[in-house]
Design a protein around this ligand. Structure first.
Ligand SMILES: *[C@@H]1O[C@H](CO)[C@@H](O)[C@H](O)[C@H]1NC(C)=O
Ligand SMILES: *[C@@H]1O[C@H](CO)[C@@H](O)[C@H](O)[C@H]1NC(C)=O
Length: 421
C-alpha cells in the first residue's frame, strides 16, 4: 500500500520539476562556461570565437591568441539558443559568413541562434577576451533562420540577416545593460525576391539562400548578399542607413557583374567604396558602390570548387578567400582601379573543409584564422608579406571538446571572428 501511494507522488513531483525546471535552465544557460583547458594565459593578445551550432544547444568555442599568433583552446560558452542545419549535406550548415561577430571598438560579441530565431549579445573583457558576459536576454531576430551579423564601425549598432521563410534584415542598438534593442524601421524583408521567395525554414541550399550582411565602410549603407543559381543569378540588396539607424524602405537591387551568380562572403575594400564578394559560381565578384556599378567585375579563379568566405589583411593589403570544396586559401589583390590579380594559393589539409575565416593583427603581425570544419581544427596562417603566407599551426579541438563534454559535429560548426586587445 505504502509503496503504491508513494510512487505516484514521486512521479508527480518529477513531472512538475521537468515542466518547470527545463525552461528555467535554458534561460539560465546563457553564458554558462565549460572550461576546456587548464592553462589560463593572462597575457593573451586576443581571442578567436566560433560556433558549435548544435541543434540542442548552440555553444561558442573560445580560444585565446598568444603573442606569437598561436592558439590556446579555452572554453565553451552557451550562446543561449539552438543551432540549425539547412537542408544540405556536409559542412557549412548556415550557408553564410558572419554567424558570430566581434567588435573591437564596442568590446562586444554577437551570435545567431539559427534554430531559435534569436541573436545573443555578450560583452568582451578587453583584459581577458576569453571572458564573455551576456548582455540582456537573447532576442528575436524578427525573422527565421538568422545566419549573419554585422556591427557598425564603433560597435554601437548591430544588424542581422535572416534566411528562412521570413528572410530579410533587422537592426538593433547595442545597449550595454539591456542587450540588443530593436531600432524602429529597420526590419526589411527579402521574402518577395525571386531568389528567396520559396525559402523554407530551414532553407535548402546553398543556391538561393541569404549569405551575409555588412555595413559599407562609411556606415551609410547596409548590404546583404543573396545567392541565386548560375541560370538565375542572385543579387546584392543595398539599403541607405539613416542617422538614427533606421533603413530606407526599399533596397537597391544590384546584380553581380556578368558571370557572377552566388554572392557569398563579403569584405569591404578599404578606401574604395567597393566590396569584394566571394562567388562559388566562378571565384569572386567586385561590387563598385560608387558611380553606378561601373567598375564591378566577376572574376574567375581557375580550379576553384566553392569559394565562399573572405577576409582582408591590413598588413599585406590583400584578401584571403577560402574554398570549402578544395580546402584551399587563395590570396587576391585588388588595385586602385579595382582591377584584380590572384596572388597565390595555399592548399590546406585535403578534405578539411575550410569555411569561415578572419584576420587578426597580433603584435604587429597579421594572421589568418580558418575554421577547417572537417578536421575539427582552426588553421593558423602567418601572413607577414604578400604572396608568402605560411602555415603556423592547426589547433585541433575535438579531443578537448570530448573531454569537457561539449558536443561538436563537423557538419554543424560555423563562424570565425577575432578580437584583439
Ligand atoms: C584597370 O581598370 C581600368 C578602369 O577600370 C582599365 O581602364 C584598365 O585598362 C585596367 N588596367 C589593367 C592593367 O587591367
Ligand atoms: C568531409 O569529410 C567527409 C567524410 O570524410 C567527406 O566525405 C567530405 O568530402 C568532406 N567534405 C569536404 C568539403 O571536404
Amino acid at each position: 500500500m505504502k509503496v503504491s501511494t508513494a510512487l505516484p507522488v514521486v512521479a508527480a513531483l518529477a513531472a512538475v520539476s521537468v515542466v518547470y525546471a527545463a525552461p528555467l535552465q535554458r534561460r539560465a544557460g546563457v553564458g554558462n562556461k565549460k572550461k576546456m583547458a587548464e592553462t589560463t594565459s593572462f597575457d593573451s593578445s586576443g581571442a578567436v570565437y566560433f560556433l558549435t551550432n548544435e541543434p540542442d544547444v548552440n555553444q561558442i568555442l573560445v580560444a585565446s591568441i598568444n603573442v606569437d599568433g598561436t592558439l590556446n583552446l579555452d572554453s565553451a560558452v552557451e550562446a543561449g539558443g539552438r543551432g540549425s542545419h539547412g537542408k544540405s549535406n556536409g559542412p557549412d550548415a548556415l550557408f553564410s559568413q558572419g554567424s558570430i561577430k566581434a567588435s573591437k571598438k564596442g568590446q562586444v560579441l554577437a551570435t545567431v541562434n539559427a534554430g531559435s530565431n534569436t541573436i545573443s549579445l555578450f560583452s568582451i573583457d578587453p583584459k581577458d577576451p576569453t571572458s564573455l558576459t551576456p548582455l540582456g536576454d537573447p532576442v528575436s531576430s524578427e525573422g527565421e533562420f538568422p545566419v549573419s551579423l554585422a556591427f557598425n564601425a564603433d560597435g554601437t549598432r548591430l544588424c542581422v540577416l535572416n534566411g528562412g521563410t521570413v528572410s530579410g534584415v533587422n537592426c538593433f542598438k547595442v545597449d550595454k545593460k539591456l542587450g540588443p534593442v530593436a531600432i524602429a524601421n529597420s526590419l526589411r524583408l527579402l521574402t518577395a525576391t525571386d531568389a528567396l521567395k520559396g525559402a523554407q525554414t530551414p532553407p535548402a541550399g546553398p543556391t538561393n539562400t541569404a549569405s551575409q550582411v555588412l555595413f559599407s565602410e562609411d556606415g551609410q549603407q547596409l548590404i546583404a548578399s543573396v545567392k541565386g543559381t548560375p541560370q538565375a543569378p542572385g543579387f546584392f540588396a543595398i539599403w541607405s542607413v539613416a542617422a538614427d539607424g533606421s533603413l530606407s524602405k526599399d533596397f537597391q537591387k544590384v546584380a553581380p557583374a556578368k558571370g557572377g551568380a552566388l554572392p557569398f562572403g563579403m569584405s569591404v575594400i578599404p578606401g574604395k567604396k567597393a566590396l569584394l564578394a566571394t562567388d562559388p559560381a566562378l571565384g569572386f565578384d567586385i561590387l563598385d558602390l560608387d558611380g553606378g556599378n561601373k567598375r564591378s567585375s566577376a572574376n574567375k579563379i581557375a580550379g576553384q570548387a566553392a569559394i565562399c568566405w573572405s577576409a582582408f589583411s591590413p598588413k599585406t593589403g590583400n584578401f584571403y578567400l577560402s574554398d570549402v570544396g578544395m580546402s584551399t586559401i587563395t590570396e587576391v589583390h585588388v588595385d586602385n582601379n579595382l582591377n584584380v590579380t590572384v596572388v597565390m594559393e595555399y592548399p590546406q589539409l585535403p578534405g578539411s573543409a575550410t569555411l569561415d575565416l578572419d584576420v587578426a593583427t597580433i603584435n604587429g603581425r597579421d594572421f589568418v584564422y580558418v575554421l577547417a570544419a572537417n578536421a575539427t581544427s582552426v588553421d593558423v596562417l602567418a601572413i607577414d608579406s604578400p604572396g608568402a603566407a605560411t602555415k603556423l599551426t592547426a589547433l585541433n579541438f575535438a579531443s578537448l571538446a570530448k573531454t569537457a563534454g561539449v558536443t561538436i559535429n563537423p557538419n554543424n560548426l560555423q563562424g570565425m571572428t577575432t578580437f584583439t586587445t
